[in-house]
Design a protein around this ligand. Structure first.
Ligand SMILES: [Zn+2]
Ligand SMILES: [Zn+2]
Ligand SMILES: [Zn+2]
Length: 157
């Protein structure tokens, strides 16, 4: 519980802090945390935030490049061990450009239980997560207080 008293700071100090904090925070929010591009721009190739225009999955981990380039990447092949060559990467990028790469837009992250914006990340072991979070919400973000609440009501109920 936060009371008004907790916010009682001297005016001068409060303003100073506001002026110093705000621009920095805004700047950070508008750029991709991984590759640093601004909203509306295309990620640098290899950024872990870029979405694949073919499957909508994470571009660096989906298998569309192998499919579109007709490359065998099954276990044991050279590609399986080494990934795309530079030449193949260039071909893949031109396929992506032709399809239309997905620019960075800063979609907010919110706790799907309480709606809090930009909750802090915390670690939950997979088996615990699967035990308490039903299948329909496994891909969701839940903030730590909400996660602890869910855990408590499930264990207690
Ligand atoms: Zn990026
Ligand atoms: Zn894909
Ligand atoms: Zn929450």
């Amino acid at each position: 519980m936060i009371s008004n008293a907790d916010y009682r700071v001297t005016e001068g100090y409060g303003m100073l802090e506001e002026q110093q904090m705000k621009p920095e925070r805004k700047e950070e929010e508008k750029t991709c945390h991984d590759c640093g591009v601004r909203e509306g721009e295309i990620h640098h190739y290899g950024c872990d935030m870029e979405r694949c225009p073919f499957c909508q999955g994470q571009l660096i981990s989906c298998g569309c490049c192998y499919e579109k380039l007709n490359i065998d990447c099954s276990p044991g092949t050279w590609t399986y061990n080494n990934g795309l060559t530079e030449k193949e990467s260039r071909r893949w990028v031109s396929i992506l450009v032709e399809k239309g790469r997905i620019p960075y837009i800063r979609w907010p992250v919110l706790c799907s239980y309480c709606g809090k914006l930009w909750p802090e990340f915390f670690f939950v072991p997979d088996e615990e997560w699967e035990k308490y979070i039903s299948l329909a919400h496994r891909e969701d973000v839940v903030c730590e207080p909400c996660y602890n609440h869910i855990k408590k009501v499930i264990d207690g109920g």
